[in-house]
Design a protein around this ligand. Structure first.
Ligand SMILES: NC(=O)C1=CN([C@@H]2O[C@H](COP(=O)(O)OP(=O)(O)OC[C@H]3O[C@@H](n4cnc5c(N)ncnc54)[C@H](OP(=O)(O)O)[C@@H]3O)[C@@H](O)[C@H]2O)[C@H](O)CC1
Ligand SMILES: [K+]
Length: 500
């Protein structure tokens, strides 16, 4: 699913009006109906509801929503925030239609006009939408602040009033903090950014049948992965395939006290369809691996407690493997750094790099140029900051992410909510699965195993990252459904992985 910028959203509106064709007021009515269908599924007809309307089309939506709810016997009061002397044409049209249904339309011009809001009420926020062009001020700001202070539930129409669609807000901007945002047709970039969480709430898309051709042709760098899109990436298995068909992966993982990371990444790799797996661990981990993951072959490093890359038996060369995953639990010992320095220049095929292998790269940035093209790095925000720089806001973070992936011709999975996958050609795919339960030790090791398995099976790196991150988050969602997010452990995620 594409994420369009505010100018494209406006052009999409116009394109729909022109090509369907449909009168603007009827498109507004369609949007209002889609919102109301959602609303009546979530709030009973007895719910006291206050609709706060601005003077533009977001406000026009609000007037239409108020009328439709009144026609469905909801107890609705309309509060028009009169922050400017003029209203949009569609606002006026809906204002006239609403007056046919109710006289109970109040106007907020001064602080004293702002109504009290009780805990059992629901506020529908239709003050400002994607037309926001400056920080809220005056009576708009006061009304928003009063709504935020009130105990009532809040549902924002299209986007929280005061939140920019695709640019950073200022630190002191006053923005609605909704419980829900019901947005039209496509997600907004603002919804994808961690710092905006409190200004988005639980967001839902309602389809208002905007011009599909415009969407299909609209250029964008931002995408939001849908289940159907992830499913399309899945390679079908040929009945005559054999284990050699699905690659032989090599994982470098573990150090004394962190052999569990090797176990988790190995098990996840096997649960993600790799044909054969070899895991190189420090000698102290050899018995653990062979016991905990009998399906994996194991190379014991010469060193008792950490990885040096040397093994006493004549093992296959790293380049003999289909792909390599490196990082889970490996630590940052000088000997392990030496191993990484020796390994990287010999590799040509994409590898998966995580955890302390990333931190070693951060401390030795000249190694970044030696990463094989299309390798996949999986930093969490702190690791990414060490790899690159500090950022002032989430939008700047996305620019840094995009430039970094392009500069080194790599795929970067910036983990978090929502995980952002940057590709070598400058796109960013936001993942749509996952939950806070995944913030538990070892889930990163699981993801490394998954991605290594997918690359070993022949998925190109972007496909592997988009599909692997999606499947990882979806497995976490299954676990959260069964047992709640608290108490989820990384092993549960492995057991909940599905590839059908
Ligand atoms: N395709 C769709 O998604 C559809 C969306 N619809 C709805 O339309 C709004 C966007 O409506 P628009 O009229 O463009 O803008 P807003 O309603 O968000 O804002 C109205 C005007 O308010 C002024 N403005 C901007 N910032 C502020 C501010 N901080 N304080 C006060 N006023 C502000 C600005 O006008 P100016 O001339 O003052 O700059 C805005 O134009 C979208 O969000 C949807 O709800 C359609 O209804 C259906 C299709
Ligand atoms: K709004």
């Amino acid at each position: 699913m594409k994420i369009l910028n505010v100018d494209q959203i406006r052009a999409l509106d116009q394109s729909t009006i022109l090509h369907e064709p449909i009168a603007p007021i009827n498109l507004m009515e369609r949007a209002a109906l889609a919102f109301v269908d959602w609303f009546i599924d979530h709030f009973p007809v007895t719910t006291p509801t206050k609709v706060f309307c601005g003077l533009g089309n977001n406000g026009g939506d609000g007037l239409s929503i108020a009328r439709l709810l009144l026609e469905r016997d909801y107890p609705v009061e309309v509060q028009v925030v009169r922050y400017a002397p003029r209203e949009s044409d569609d606002f006026m049209h809906n204002h006239r239609r609403l007056k046919l249904v109710t006289e109970n339309i109040k106007y907020i011009e001064f602080s004293r006009d702002i109504p009290a809001l009780r805990h059992n009420e629901v506020v529908i926020d239709a003050i400002l939408g994607t037309g926001l062009s400056r920080p809220t001020e005056g009576i708009v700001k006061e009304t928003i602040a009063a709504i935020n202070r009130a105990p009532a539930s809040v549902v924002s129409v299209d986007i929280a009033s005061g939140l920019y669609t695709d640019q950073p807000n200022g630190p002191n901007d006053v923005i609605i903090e909704p419980d829900y945002t019901v947005t039209f047709q496509l997600p907004k970039l603002a919804f994808m950014l961690p710092k905006n969480g409190r200004y988005v709430g639980n967001w839902q898309i309602v389809d208002i049948r905007l011009h599909k051709r415009y969407i299909d042709l609209a250029p964008t760098a931002y995408y939001f992965t849908q289940p159907s899109e992830a499913k399309l990436l899945l390679h079908k298995r040929d009945r005559y395939a054999n284990k050699g068909t699905f690659g032989h992966a090599l994982l470098y993982a573990g150090s004394f006290g962190k052999i569990g990371a090797a176990v988790l990444s190995a098990r996840a790799c096997l649960r993600s369809g790799v044909g054969l797996l070899t895991v190189q661990v420090p000698r102290c981990g050899y018995l653990v691996l062979q016991t905990a993951v009998p399906e994996a072959m194991c190379l014991a490093d010469d060193h008792q407690t950490l990885l040096t890359g040397a093994t006493e038996i004549s093992s296959p060369a790293p380049t003999d493997f289909t792909t390599i995953g490196i990082g889970p639990g490996i630590g940052k010992a000088p000997e392990t750094l030496a191993m990484l320095k020796k390994l990287l220049p010999t590799l040509k095929k994409p590898i998966v790099v995580d955890a302390d292998a990333l931190n070693l790269l951060s401390e030795n940035r000249e190694l970044l140029d030696q990463l094989p093209p299309n390798s996949i790095l999986t930093p969490h925000p702190k690791e990414f900051e060490r790899l690159t720089q500090k950022w002032d806001n989430d939008y700047q973070k996305l620019d840094i992410l995009r430039e970094f992936a392009k500069k080194y011709t790599i795929v970067v999975v910036l983990k978090g909510a929502y995980s952002a996958i940057a590709t070598p050609d400058g796109d960013i795919h936001f993942n749509s699965t996952g939950n806070p339960g995944l913030s538990t030790g070892g889930t990163g090791d699981v993801l490394t195993g998954i991605l290594t398995a997918l690359v070993a099976q022949g998925y190109d790196s972007v496909e592997a990252a988009v599909l692997g991150v999606f499947a990882h988050g979806l497995a976490g969602d299954r676990v959260a459904e069964q047992r709640g997010p608290i108490g989820m452990v990384a092993s549960d995620v492995i057991d909940a992985l599905r590839w059908d």
